[in-house]
Structure formats: C-alpha cells, structure tokens
Design a protein around this ligand. Structure first.
Ligand code: FAS
Ligand code: PHB
Length: 387
C-alpha cells in the first residue's frame, strides 16, 4: 500500500499526529506493535499543560476532557512537614488539566475509529527501509508480510522503539542522565489526599499525591529502581507515603487496595537531530524527562503539533516547516528537560546530597515559598511554555 505518512507507534504522539494529518486530508497509517488494550492499560501521565488542552480542543478531541477533566490553578509544594501553594493561574493566567494519559489515548482511538483511520495493532517486526531515498516500512501481521510505501516516516515509537536506532551513529547525538532512583506508583480507588497535587521533599525521599478523579488517586514515592515490587505491600506503601506527606495530610489520608502498582526508572534523555532525511522522531522516541515536571506527554503533543503543521505546509508547497522541525521541537524540549531536571533535583534526595546538599534544597524551597518571582518562574514552566 502507499500513504503520504507512515507512523510507527500508536501511543499519544502517533495517534495525535495521525488524527491532525487526517483532518488536513493527508493519508497516514499507524503501525503499533501491541494490542489496543495493552496500550490503554498503561498508567502514565496525569497532567496536561494548557497548550495541550488547547491543541486537543482545536482538533475536536476536548469534549470528554472538558466534561471529566479537572482544571487546576495551583499545586502544593511541601517540605519539613508543611506545604505552601504555588498559584500558577494567578501568576500566569494559565491552568493545567488533570486528565489521565489513558483517557487522552482512549479519546484519540475513538477519533481514529470514527474517521476510519488505519491503525494496525500487533504489527510485528516493523522495519524502516531507505529513509534517505525511497522510504518504505515493512511489518508482519497475522503471519503475512506487508509493505508500506510512503513520502515520510514518523517515528512515534517511544524510547524503546526502532526509529531513533535507524539514524546513523555518526549523525545521531544523544545526551542522558539516569537518576539514582525510581518512582513507585500506586493507583487506588480512594479519595485524593487534596483537591490539588502535593509535591513533597522529605528526608526519606520524594512523594507525590495526585489523582485521576474524586474516587481515583495516583501516588508516587521515590524508591530504589531495582526494588522488587513484592517488597512493597500496600501497607508498606501507605506507611511510607504517610511518613513523607505533611502530617495533617497523612492523618486524613484515605487508603485502600492498589489497583495498579509499578516502579518506573527516571532519566533525562535527548536525541538530536529529530529528523534524518525522510524520518522524523516524535515524543519519547526522541526525548525522555523525569515525570516530576509532568512534561513527557506534553512534549509528545507539542512535537506532534509542530510536525503536523510542517507536513501540512509541505503538501501545500512550503518546506520551511519540515526543514525547521528538529530545531523548533528541540528548542522546547531542552527547556522542558531543564525544568524537569531542576524540579527533580530540588524535590528528591540524592546519595551525594549530604547535609549541605539537603540544606541547600530546603533553603531553595523556603525561597520559593517566599518569592513571587521564584514561584512565577516555576509556574511558567509547569503550565507549559508557549509553542
Ligand atoms: P509512547 O511510549 O507512549 O508510545 C510509543 C508506542 O510505540 C507504544 O504504544 C509502543 O508499543 C509502540 N512501539 C514501540 N516500538 C514499536 C515498534 N518497533 N513497532 C511498532 N510500535 C512500537 N509523562 C508524564 O507527563 N507524567 C507521568 O507521570 C509519566 N509517567 C510515565 C510512566 C512510565 C512507566 C513511562 C514509560 C512514561 C511516563 N510518562 C509520563 C511519559 C509518557 O507519558 C510519555 O511521555 C508518553 O507516553 C509519550 O508518548 P509517545 O511519544 O506516544 O510514546
Ligand atoms: C500523575 O498524576 O500521574 C502525575 C502528576 C504530576 C506529575 C507526574 C505524574 O508531575
């Protein structure tokens, strides 16, 4: 078969790119190696920047988000058993939307289904060929080999995908920092700890109290990334979370059985360039941020937004967008990578901190509490920098 754009990966970036291009009359196919249920079963991001919310609304994807999502105008930062609010709406005029990645992906699948979009699940052995000449992609499905001829290939296949690895080693430049801990996450059908998120810096380690709705809470604690999951019984998790949250919050915390529990590694990773000949990298295929700043999903959206604009312009005869895609996307990626690194460093305990490092972080949190300028810097980055 032939399409204009072959998209590898059916996560948020691939599905959004496919949806936006379809609305502009550009033919795509999405090749996803997992089942749809598997993609939808992954519990990941929870906070959407205002730019992401606006992008979803612009493309007819905002109805359920606006009905079921929770706009937030601020967040709490806690240390030494007390918290303070960073009111990012008052400081920037912008809010974020608490609406899980699972729901965003589900809405994207519904839109692709409604449009009769071509999304192939359980596509095996996807391979990119001749991205520098006559680009085409092959894959195996139900025992049969398939070939997709295309003008462009969009690598939306995440950190472990094949797209980034297709770029020659003498072309690709990568920068990485692996953090010496992971996030142990729990989902529970309980009342959230508060109406807004709580990011807590504690001597025992970081904790985050988040939510999906009034009866679905999402919590994370900093934990050794190689901890066996069975070490963390629900009781052990709740006890540790209560130790790290301010005591008034901990005392009122509603606990219950975990319905999902996982440990995610944390890294900062950026690959450059995000284009090689007729191959573009989008989302986690090109960059990973520690989830502290809630940027991962939002960067995937901004990449998809930039690339769709570029390809629509290309088919209208203007190649400035595709020529500038990598630099434009990376400019935003690096700023979000910096913010995510800063907030992760401030809120977590590192082995090398020592007493001095811990006191520096406490002093910075004290300064953040008392400075509108410092809170505005945090707020601008948290709600999302302009596209
Ligand atoms: P994705 O990884 O979501 O999607 C890539 C898709 O490509 C997958 O469905 C995969 O199956 C498919 N694929 C891979 N290789 C393929 C191949 N060879 N052929 C075909 N298909 C292939 N972000 C936040 O903002 N907040 C969070 O709290 C947060 N928590 C996270 C927790 C975990 C465990 C992980 C892994 C990520 C988390 N993220 C979080 C980041 C996450 O939300 C990503 O930023 C987001 O999923 C990026 O979307 P995509 O770029 O579409 O990549
Ligand atoms: C989440 O709800 O999953 C979440 C929220 C904020 C973050 C990271 C994760 O910074």
């Amino acid at each position: 078969m032939r399409v204009q754009v072959c998209i590898i990966g059916g996560g948020p970036s691939g599905l959004l790119l496919s949806h936006i291009l379809h609305r502009a009359g550009i033919e795509t196919i999405v090749l996803e190696r997992q089942t749809r249920d598997y993609v939808l079963s992954r519990i990941r991001a929870g906070v959407l920047e205002q730019g992401t919310v606006e992008t979803l609304r612009e493309h007819g994807l905002g109805d359920r988000m606006d009905r079921e999502g929770f706009p937030h105008g601020g967040t709490y930062v806690a240390a030494r058993n007390r918290g303070f609010r960073v009111g990012f709406e008052a400081l920037t005029g912008k809010r974020v939307m608490v609406y899980g990645q699972t729901e965003v992906t589900s809405d994207l699948y519904a839109a692709r289904d409604a449009a009769g979009g071509a999304v192939v699940h359980e596509a095996e052995h996807v391979a990119i060929h001749d991205a520098g000449g006559t680009p085409h992609v092959t894959y195996r499905k139900d025992g049969a080999e398939h070939r997709v001829d295309c003008d462009w290939i969009a690598g939306c296949d995440g950190f472990h995908g094949i797209s980034r690895k297709t770029i020659p080693k003498d072309v690709l430049r990568t920068v990485e920092r692996v953090y010496p801990f992971g996030w142990l996450g729990v989902l529970s059908r309980t009342k959230p700890a508060d109406d807004e998120l709580i990011y807590a810096n504690h001597a025992r380690g970081f904790a985050l109290a988040s939510m999906r709705n009034e009866r679905l809470s999402r919590y994370y604690i900093q934990a050794p990334v190689d901890d066996p999951l069975d070490k963390w019984t629900d009781e052990a998790f709740w006890d540790e979370l209560r130790r790290r949250l301010p005591s008034d919050v901990a005392e009122a915390l509603e606990t219950g059985p975990s319905i999902e529990k996982s440990i995610a590694p944390l890294r900062s990773f950026v690959a450059e360039p995000m284009r090689w000949n007729r191959l573009f990298l989008v989302g986690d295929a090109a960059h990973i941020v520690p989830p502290t700043g809630a940027k991962g999903l939002n960067l995937a959206v901004s990449d998809a937004r930039y690339l769709s604009e570029a390809l629509i312009a290309h088919y209208g005869g203007d190649d400035a967008g595709i020529d500038g895609y990598s630099d434009r996307a990376l400019a935003r990626v690096w700023k979000a990578t910096r913010f995510s690194w800063w907030f992760t460093t401030l809120m977590h305990r590192f082995p090398e901190d020592g007493t001095f490092g811990a006191r520096m972080k406490e002093a910075e949190i004290d300064y953040l509490e008392g400075s509108e300028a410092a809170q505005t810097v945090m707020a601008e980055n948290y709600v999302g920098l302009p596209f």
